[in-house]
Design a protein around this ligand. Structure first.
Ligand code: RFL
Ligand code: PHB
Length: 395
């Protein structure tokens, strides 16, 4: 088997890269270790930046997104039982976010890939990368009971935070910057009509809570919990009671309850790998960096990376230029570190930390109050949340 670009992982990064390459006439093979059904049902992110939506639109994969995505012009910050509206669009010259599940984006991209017959192999196992420092790298893997070798020009490591790509680089060649947080999120998906039109980020003495949604019938909710939390200890009743307590307002607003369709724990981590490239291996998305989900940046960063990578590869194949491939990592890292800071800041603003002394609590409160009262501070939040504009792609 031979292809130009071997893509490991069929998450948003790998699938969108394959799609953009396909449109540029560059063939690729996508290798995914899970089943198609699993990948299409995995509930994760829900917030698309304006730039992500625009890119999916330009790439011709936004028909369902246009119909079903929910455009939000603001978010709410909630603390002390009070609501504070952040007018995202008013503060950013009309930009907005779109609430559309990551698994829906993944479904749309898989459908586009399968419609054009480009190779996308599910249920591969024992994936191994070879010859990263050579001109002719390859990927070996098991598929359909057979060991196969895929020869290629480049490998795109789009296999998420637990993938094999980053691990394939010899120790010491990549620098990893990392921070863990003393908490996680317990997330549920419930069959209940969203009780508000906007996402609600709540800072509370009992811990952070987030109200989000997936459709007019489905609510998505998160609670800050311990990192080693045992889901078995969280009955549906206990989860709803805790959500009510943390999201409660003084004006009688109430969350709608409904059957819990899914429950899970999401760990919180910040991580950046530098550089995002080694020899013929290019890392993109969660394989290269992780943000805590508070800023809703993870999937959007994955999209921003592969936009750069697809362009750099197109310049290589169409014009024999390698400068953009050489500059891929630094082009991505500027945006990555900005998003890392924003995600860390949003997390620090709203969560209860172990060292939550009265002094720290007062500082956090002062910051929240400032963000809501000052136009400069709310604009800082808004422009980062809707996503800073993409840097122009070098001609
Ligand atoms: P993914 O989605 O993890 O895809 C990687 C794919 O690689 C496969 N894989 C392998 N395939 C072959 N061989 C191997 N050895 C492999 N190892 C792994 C995996 O099965 C998978 O299919 O990474 P990608 O494409 O980089 O996309 C990143 C996003 O998934 C991630 O950043 C977001 O989900 C993060 N995130 C959010 N991001 C946002 O932009 N907005 C949000 O609102 C948001 N909310 C969230 C989130 C992540 C969450 N969780 C569960 C981590 C909310 C949550 C709860
Ligand atoms: C979600 O809807 O899953 C979601 C929304 C906002 C976040 C994180 C997750 O910051």
């Amino acid at each position: 088997m031979r292809t130009r670009v071997a893509i490991i992982g069929a998450g948003p990064a790998g699938l969108l890269l394959g799609h953009l390459l396909q449109r540029a006439g560059i063939d690729s093979v996508i290798l995914e270790d899970c089943t198609q059904a699993h990948v299409e049902a995995r509930i994760r992110a829900g917030v698309l930046e304006q730039g992500t939506v625009d890119l999916l639109e330009q790439a011709g994969v936004a028909a369902r997104l246009r119909q079903q995505g929910m455009v939000h012009h603001g978010i709410e910050l909630r603390f002390d039982g009070q609501r504070h509206h952040i007018d995202l669009s008013g503060l950013t010259g009309g930009r907005a976010i779109t609430v559309y599940g990551q698994h829906e984006v993944v479904r749309d991209l898989i459908a586009a890939r399968q419609a054009c017959g480009a190779p996308l192999l599910f249920e591969v196992s024992r994936v191994a990368l070879h010859g990263l420092d050579s001109q002719s790298p390859s990927v070996s893997f098991d598929h359909g009971g057979q060991r196969q070798v895929l020869a290629c020009d480049f490998i795109a490591g789009c296999d998420g935070s637990h993938g094999v790509s980053r691990q394939a680089v010899r120790p010491g060649a990549l620098q990893v910057f990392e921070r863990t947080y003393p908490f996680a999120w317990l997330g549920i998906l419930a069959r209940a009509a969203p009780a508000a039109h906007e996402l609600v980020y709540a800072g509370h003495a009992r811990g952070f809570a987030l109200f989000s949604m997936r459709s007019p019938e489905i609510t998505r909710l998160y609670l800050q919990c311990r990192p080693d939390e045992d889901l078995a200890g969280w009955s549906d009743r206990r989860i709803w009671d805790e959500l009510h307590a943390r999201l409660e307002t003084g004006d009688g607003w109430r969350l709608n309850e409904g059957p819990v369709l899914q429950k899970g724990i999401t760990p919180m981590r910040s991580l950046v790998t530098e550089p995002m490239q080694h020899g013929r291996l290019f890392l993109a998305g969660d394989a290269a960096h992780i943000v805590p989900p508070t800023g809703a940046k993870g999937m959007n960063l994955a999209v921003a990376d592969v936009r750069n990578l697809a362009h750099a590869l197109a310049m290589h194949y169409q014009h024999g230029r390698d400068d953009l491939l050489a500059g891929y990592s630094s082009a991505c890292l500027a945006r990555v570190w900005r998003a890392e800071h924003f995600s860390w800041w949003m997390t620090s603003l709203l969560h209860r930390f172990d060292d939550h002394t009265p002094f720290m609590a007062r500082l956090q409160h002062a910051e929240l109050a400032y963000v809501c009262a000052s136009q400069a501070a709310s604009r800082m939040l808004a422009e980062n949340y809707v996503g800073l504009p993409f840097a122009p792609l070098p001609a």
